[in-house]
Design a protein around this ligand. Structure first.
Ligand code: GCU
Length: 763
């Protein structure tokens, strides 16, 4: 089997160009893969292109290779994709985050062939994500490979990756069972007698076992080998991510036809509802961050270098877990997690709103199948996430059913891992949704979208009290932060670095003080493209990252986490971008994992703190007008000195550039209903046969009068793209349960007074 990388010599053209299915593109742009056609506009906030584009390339097939078996492997194409060979449709995919393969033989000829790949990132009402807070970048944004195979090979076309699945089970104290199963395919009609040689090899190149299976392959043959491994070196997370490698060689008449090498780490993971997580029997807190797959200027077309950089930043902070949200990521990133010892929450984009046009929910299932089959062999993955905030518009039985189906399916595909979900805060602790998965995550934004920072603790304690048997964690928490903005008195929605510090320090304390909280996933490790956003002084971005989207600025909170999590000694002064200080007395915040720190002002020792608190504060440091040099030194037990320095400018006037002038709060309109008179509103007893706040907006829109009532109250909401996606699901009543719409109870009665007199057509 030969695998060729087809990353170069592509032509690209934007827009609906059906002619390029068959004909060569005239004035195409020369590009190399990976490629994203929203690299810039997907992060600009000025509207992004959505539609069909064409990628084209020639492919020469030799006279010898035409007799072989040829597959095109597309790492991912966003969001839907059709592959044409010499003008004929050969295959495609509607799973924009997964790898897929196309069998090319029926369409190829010896000599020159034309590959045309149409990629479409426009919205479809049955393809996920339907709606989400991230840009739906379009492109052929991962590697494309050509696989030229002999007649006999490990299965390439089961929606998986290797055609081999490794399942481990801890059967006794330190004995593991490794099941190796899969399928061999014979492309020819005559049966073939083959052999598979399996070898498990340690990092030190010692052979743990070597076994040969004889296989007779007619068309397809399944194989299965189960081996016991006594006392393997364990995969111990960050401390020692020990990996073995399994080599599987497929022989026919003493010639190797196919070969796979798969890394595997042996570990046990236990999740409890009261004591948290145990990795190989050792208690650990999931110190996690969430990551999207995009980067400034390239959209989602990340190279290995981008991914290596991301991993190095995540390692620097000391995280031991990553939520790879909200979809399947590049296989290379899961591999990095295996190798670096990072536990992974992997998930599908069954997010925000479910489809109403496909009762089978096929696309979510397809994406789940591909994620699990393709990422199955990554030992770092501990759970499969089946939904994220899927009840954002409404919570009902239909959605429960969908989640239940996905959970069952995940369990069937992989019984060795946990099933998980990430709920929006409005899902009640008592909700039966919480019973559908092994792990329940809540995305909690207390102190940002609603309530106060400290309400996080209350909510977690209440959950645990109500649901003592359900393992819970915080799958998202964070605040938008623009590192240009600063304040002496940080408050919610000021977007300052100082507010981000307060918010996260509280969250970390909250998790650490509660053994039952499995951990948390910071939302988010990096700022990311979100075309719908325009807030905090930046368009087109979600700025909740600890690091900016170009990975250039590590916000102060990055170092707060590092101080909590990392074992590598360091010290960092917070507020270094808050240069112009108009107050004479300033609190100087120091972030460090060392206890003893000393502060110097203009080279003079000021004072010293000894505390294990990661965030330490020197109060009321008196600055002199003009330039002040602040220096901090920290000491480890071995006597090593670590230091950091910053310059603060004491100025007379407040520096206005640190303050967000306009509170653009389009998403969360405050008291927008004040223009309606809600005094003396009486509750209305709802009459059957007439419209009410319990009808979906789509239903209200069927009647001109009812539509008018809706538009009178929610005209602004109706303009947004998200609203269009939610129309079929959302009722005014369900909107009123979402804090971001901020609908008072009296308003519901007022609306019902107007709606509940409009008769529905009898059908
Ligand atoms: C949600 C959602 C994220 C989103 C985040 C936010 O909870 O799951 O995708 O980006 O909140 O509002 O920042």
């Amino acid at each position: 089997m030969r695998v060729l990388n087809l990353s170069d010599n592509w032509l690209f053209t934007k827009g609906n160009n059906e002619f390029c299915i068959e004909k060569e593109i005239d004035n195409g742009e020369h590009i190399t893969l990976p490629h994203c056609f929203n690299a810039i506009d997907g992060q600009s906030g000025d509207g992004m292109f959505k539609g069909e584009c064409c990628y084209q390339r020639k492919l020469n097939i030799s006279n010898e290779d035409i007799n072989k078996f040829t597959f095109l492997e597309i790492g991912a194409a966003s969001i839907i994709c059709k592959v044409y060979i010499n003008g004929q449709l050969a295959g495609g995919s509607e799973c924009g985050f997964s790898m897929f393969r196309v069998f090319l033989n029926p369409f190829l000829k010896a000599g020159e062939n034309l590959i045309s790949i149409m990629v479409d990132n426009s919205s479809h009402d049955d393809i996920y994500p339907l709606m989400a807070d991230f840009s739906f970048y379009g492109g052929l944004y991962r590697e494309v490979k050509l696989i030229i195979s002999e007649a006999l090979h490990f299965n390439l076309m089961d929606n998986g990756k290797d055609g081999i699945y490794l399942t481990q089970r801890n059967i006794d104290k330190d004995i593991f069972e490794l099941k190796i199963n899969g399928k061999i395919v014979n492309e020819l009609s005559d049966p073939k007698e083959g052999k598979i040689q399996f070898k498990l090899i340690s990092k030190e190149e010692k052979i743990v076992f070597s076994k040969i299976l004889d296989v007779k392959v007619l068309k397809e043959t399944e194989f299965c080998l189960v081996e016991e491994i006594a006392k393997p070196n364990l995969w111990e997370g960050l401390e020692n991510p020990y990996l073995y490698r399994l080599e599987a060689e497929l022989y026919y008449e003493d010639k190797i036809y196919d070969k796979k090498t798969i890394e595997v780490g042996f570990r046990t993971i236990e999740i409890t509802p009261d004591k948290g997580v145990f990795l190989n029997g050792k208690a650990i807190k999931l110190n996690g961050v969430s990551r999207h797959q995009d980067f400034a200027g390239v959209g989602n077309a990340l190279t290995k270098e981008h991914m290596d950089l991301d991993m190095s930043i995540i390692k620097e902070i000391g995280a031991n877990s990553i939520r790879l949200s909200h979809y399947q990521h590049n296989d290379y990133f899961y591999t990095l997690c295996d190798r670096e010892g990072i536990l992974v929450w992997a998930e599908i984009p069954f997010i925000s709103v479910p489809t109403t046009s496909d009762k089978e929910n096929k696309n979510a299932k397809d994406q789940l199948e591909r994620l699990i089959k393709q990422a199955y062999n990554h030992s770092s993955i501990y759970c499969w996430g089946v939904q994220n905030e899927i009840t954002i518009a409404i919570e009902n039985e239909t959605i429960y059913e969908m989640v239940k189906e996905l959970s069952h399916m995940a369990r069937k595909l992989d019984s060795s891992r946990f099933i998980a979900q990430a709920n929006i805060h409005s899902v009640a602790n008592e909700s039966s949704l919480n019973e559908l998965t092994d792990i329940v995550g809540y995305n909690l934004y207390y102190g940002w979208y609603y309530k106060e920072i400290r309400d996080l603790e209350k909510r977690l304690d209440e959950f645990h009290k109500t649901r003592p048997d359900i393992p819970v964690m915080v799958t998202e928490y964070g605040v938008d932060t623009n590192p240009k903005l600063h304040s002496y008195n940080p408050v919610v929605k000021d977007y300052t670095e100082e507010y981000q510090l307060l918010f996260h320090n509280n969250a970390l304390k909250t998790f650490n003080e509660r053994a039952f909280v499995l951990g948390g996933y910071v939302w988010a490790m990096f700022d990311f493209g979100s075309e719908i956003r325009n807030e905090g002084g930046e368009k087109g971005r979600n700025q909740k990252g600890l690091v900016t989207i170009d990975r250039k600025i590590k916000k102060d909170t990055f170092y707060l986490y590092k101080a909590y999590w990392s074992k590598n000694s360091f010290v960092k002064l917070a507020g270094s971008r808050f240069v112009n200080r108009h107050k004479e007395l300033n609190d100087i915040v120091v972030l460090s994992n060392l206890e003893n720190v000393k502060l110097y002002l203009n080279n003079q020792f000021i004072s010293e703190i000894n505390t294990s608190e990661p965030m330490k504060k020197f109060n009321d440091i008196k600055l002199t007008l003009g330039k002040n040099i602040i220096k901090v030194e920290a000491f480890d037990d071995a006597g090593n000195i670590y230091s950091d320095e910053m310059i603060l400018n004491h100025v007379k006037e407040i520096d206005e550039s640190y303050i967000l002038l306009k509170h653009e709060d389009e998403k969360h309109v405050v008291n927008w209903f004040e223009k309606f008179d809600l005094s003396n509103v009486q509750e209305v007893a709802i009459k059957e046969g007439y419209y009410s706040t319990f009808d979906t907006i789509e239903k209200l829109y069927e009647n001109e009068q009812a539509k008018e009532v809706f538009r009178k109250y929610f005209g602004e909401v109706a303009k947004s793209q998200q609203f269009k996606v939610m129309k079929g699901l959302m009722t005014i009543d369900s909107m009123s349960k979402r804090s971001r719409f901020n609908i008072p109870k009296e308003l519901l009665s007022a609306i019902n007074r107007e709606l509940n007199v409009i008769a529905k057509k009898q059908d």
